[in-house]
Design a protein around this ligand. Structure first.
Ligand SMILES: O=C(O)C(=O)Cc1ccccc1
Length: 278
């Protein structure tokens, strides 16, 4: 059975993402940090990893972009997960008993309107993942704490869901990368993630972007990342969608002549964002 490392514990949104991509037939390997996720992959102790890279509300996880670069990992796929949050308690605990809410900081932020409306100045505790908050609540049998997380964590840790859909914005998606240490090219790709640096002269970046446009390549994301040790210099991480691999290869060939360095992080099949799902 394939082993897939994730940050956080079983029940987290990372497990949801891994299951959406790989199905039930994988072993989830829990890691405390994203660095550990990459280390296990680098040491060939797992076959793949799933890592959040951006959220439609909170934005990019820049530290994860930096890890991809440091560990030279390959992006072999992507997953968009519709994030729905639930307010969960130890069975029997009532709404009026809740004195604290525990969850991942992004989850707390995404539910701030609901929390403000129903709990006002309640104490919020940040945990390293939503499922970890749920597990601790269940283990310690807290009678005055609620956790915020997904349905899977409520089921695994035996919590009662007091309210579903407590996220402020219902169009809340997180994008995850599927990572591999080894690059096994697949046929029929239509998306790529690349990273490049260009010189400090006028029009340098514009020239690169024009090449993509001229070759019918659709840029879906551009993210600048500071280069450690080189203040005021950045690398650009770009996601590209293409109709034909020929167009893509021609564009990359031309771009190579206009950048100081370029790395192809991966070519893969684009994930379905399912925007119209309820
Ligand atoms: O804490 C989790 O369950 C995670 O997988 C991280 C996360 C937190 C909030 C939204 C999406 C992913």
């Amino acid at each position: 059975m394939k082993k897939i490392s994730i940050q956080g514990i079983k029940g987290s949104f990372h497990e949801d993402a891994a299951r959406k991509y790989f199905g039930e037939d994988v072993e989830i390997v829990e890691c405390r940090t994203f660095r550990k996720v990459c280390e296990l992959l680098d040491r060939d102790e797992v076959d793949g990893a799933v890592m959040a890279i951006e959220n439609s509300i909170a934005g990019s996880l820049l530290a994860n972009y930096a890890l991809l670069q440091d560990f030279h990992l390959h992006v072999v796929g992507e997953i968009y997960l519709h994030i729905q949050m639930n307010l969960m308690v130890y069975p029997g605990v009532k709404f009026e008993d809740i004195q604290e809410i525990h969850s991942h900081p992004i989850a707390l932020r995404q539910c701030s309107e609901y929390i403000d409306q129903h709990f006002g100045e309640i104490e919020l505790q940040e945990k390293s993942d939503t499922a970890g908050a749920a597990q601790e609540l269940a283990r310690e049998k807290y009678k005055d704490v609620a956790a915020i997380g997904n349905q899977r964590s409520a089921e695994i840790y035996g919590l009662e869901v007091l309210e579903r859909g407590v996220e402020t914005n219902k169009k809340n998606y997180t994008r995850f990368f599927v990572l591999s240490k080894h690059n096994n090219p697949i046929a029929g790709t239509n998306k790529a993630s690349i990273s490049f640096q260009c010189g400090h002269y006028y029009g340098a970046l514009a020239k690169v972007l024009t090449i993509f446009g001229d070759n019918k390549i659709n840029l879906t994301k551009i993210q600048s990342i500071p280069i450690v040790g080189k203040p005021n210099e950045y690398s650009f991480h770009v996601d590209l969608e293409y109709d034909t691999e020929d167009n893509y290869e021609r564009a990359i060939h031309l771009v190579l002549k206009n950048v100081s360095s370029l790395a192809i992080m991966g070519e893969y099949k684009k994930g379905d964002i399912e925007l119209n799902k309820p």
